[in-house]
Design a protein around this ligand. Structure first.
Ligand code: DP6
Length: 329
């Protein structure tokens, strides 16, 4: 019989960053990471297994935002689900981001978290959130965190089979509301993919061993900041992890320079806001957009200051969001 499931998952932004793997096949991060799940950016994904349709399909079909798209990584995740469910049928996957495509906003985290949930449900599997997190990890490391809402920690674990490399919730979104203002500085962000970039950093940056060695300490301090609801501490740590990550990127061969002039200007705007008494802190991933962390009550002021910064094209404000969930198909 035909089976369909629809799932939605939200994007997340790392406060303590993930960059580098201890196992590339199983996609196990070398160090843990801590993130917040965002409300405003999500992906909705429908997975259909249909025996009638299957006769006509030579491979899985992946539609992203209405366009037939290369399905290699999607099929890789579907294979894991099929293996587990004892299925051989190919699938049709339809995925839509609720944020403008090509805006250079991360989508692999929300995308693979939604796919892991929709595909496993369509295949008739009922997985625990921990199992789902490990499944999503195989698609993209950061996706393991988007299974959960609010404040989330991803563990690297110690096992070779990766059975202890999953994410876990640290704190509910409602327990400590926080806002993220995204300053978009390039709409057509063509960047080196995280997967390639981090492999290069591991192989070539003299800072990589220091990055791995200091990871546990960063995680411990961030955990304490979250438990203690200490926003300045959280913000300082987030900036430190971000700048350490970009130092690693800049010292890779070939160098990874994700920043443009607007990125740097936006970083300074955030620091100036802080000097004028508005607690805001920045973080930046493998792209040119700047994400400012602030109190919900300061979000409008922060968004305005960023919107007026030269090189900033537009801003988007997000509260914290919930974990991946099934929606009636
Ligand atoms: C800079 O999760 O996209 O956003 O596991 O290879 O798919 P893969 O990498 P990915 O890397 C995210 C890198 C980052 C930092 C982070 O989100 O922790």
């Amino acid at each position: 019989a035909r089976t369909i499931a629809f799932a939605r998952a939200h994007s997340n932004i790392a406060l303590v960053k993930y960059w580098g793997k201890r196992d590339e096949t199983l996609n196990i991060p070398a160090v843990g990471s801590i993130s917040i799940t965002l409300d405003a950016l999500s992906t909705g994904t429908r997975v259909t297994f249909d025996p009638g349709l299957d006769a006509n399909l030579r491979q899985d079909e992946f539609w992203l935002n209405g366009q037939l798209t290369q399905a290699h990584r999607v099929s890789g995740l579907l294979d894991l689900v099929r293996e587990r469910a004892g299925l051989t049928m190919r699938a049709v996957v339809t995925s839509t981001n609720d944020f403008p495509t090509g805006a250079g906003l991360a989508s692999s985290a929300s995308g693979f978290a939604a796919l892991a949930l929709a595909a496993s449900a369509a295949a008739g599997l009922t997985l625990s959130t921990r199992e789902l997190s490990m499944l999503a990890r195989r698609g993209s490391g950061s996706a393991a965190r988007s299974i959960f809402g609010g404040y989330v920690e991803m563990h690297t674990g110690t096992r070779e089979d990766g059975r202890d490399a999953f994410a876990e919730p640290l704190l509910d979104a409602a327990a400590w509301p926080l806002c993220v203002v995204v300053a978009i500085t390039d709409h057509a962000a063509k960047t080196v993919s995280s997967t390639h970039g981090m492999a290069g950093s591991r192989a070539s940056s003299p800072f990589y061993p220091a990055w791995v060695d200091t990871g546990e300490q960063d995680l411990a301090e961030m955990r304490a900041a979250i438990v203690g609801r200490d926003f300045p501490r959280l913000g300082e740590l987030a900036e430190r992890s971000c700048l350490k990550l970009h130092a690693l990127m800049l010292t890779s061969r070939p160098p990874l320079i994700y920043w443009n002039a607007g990125t740097v200007a936006a970083m300074h705007t955030v620091r100036e806001l802080r000097d004028s008494g508005i607690p805001a802190y920045f973080t930046i991933d493998a792209g040119p957009q700047v994400k400012a962390l602030c109190d919900p009550g300061d979000a409008a002021v922060v968004a305005l200051a960023l919107a007026e910064t030269p090189g900033v094209l537009e801003t988007r404000t997000s509260a914290l969001g919930r974990g991946a969930h099934l929606v009636a198909a």
